[in-house]
Design a protein around this ligand. Sequence first.
Ligand SMILES: Cc1cc2nc3c(=O)[nH]c(=O)nc-3n(C[C@H](O)[C@H](O)[C@H](O)COP(=O)(O)O)c2cc1C
Length: 173
Amino acid sequence: MKKILHITASARGEESASYLLSQQAIARLREQHPEVRVVVRDLHAEPLPHVDNLYANTLGRKQGGTPHAQGRSSLAWSDLLIEELKAADALVIATPMHNFTVPSSLKAWLDHVVRIGVTFNSTSAGKIGTLPDRPVYIAISRGGARDRQPDFLEPYLRAILPTIGLKDLRFID
Ligand SMILES: Cc1cc2nc3c(=O)[nH]c(=O)nc-3n(C[C@H](O)[C@H](O)[C@H](O)COP(=O)(O)O)c2cc1C
């Protein structure tokens, strides 16, 4: 294992519970692979925009459209984030639960990497992922007890990540 992509979705930076939990996973991976490099994608420090008109049109197989008025277009973000994903031998995702599901920062990341014709294909047998599988460690923190509230976070990640080919999911709760 040469490279880990560490995706952090909390607004609480390095004090975040999910971040600290994910650091334990990274420490264990470092023990097994001392040379491993960690690339951080901090979704709070560098927030991703919502998808733009051009990206929505492109994914909907429509011509044209307008990119974000300022900064990188969604297509450019998507290309960059997918390259980052492809280059990693393992993923470590740190995420709090927000309103029973993933924070909007992580949802924005997913909207940019789950891309028809690129990371999955729509076939008569359903959506088939194109990314090679690799371990994905997912550190989750919640404020409330797990059995006293709905959980759309873990089931959502169990559905969306295999859609792009990432099936080896290891939840750390
Ligand atoms: C906007 C928002 C929504 C939240 N929604 C939930 C929730 O639905 N269920 C829950 O158990 N905790 C919820 N929490 C609490 C966080 O999940 C909890 O404090 C968690 O430990 C924070 O993790 P972090 O330190 O990694 O950010 C919410 C927090 C925020 C800021």
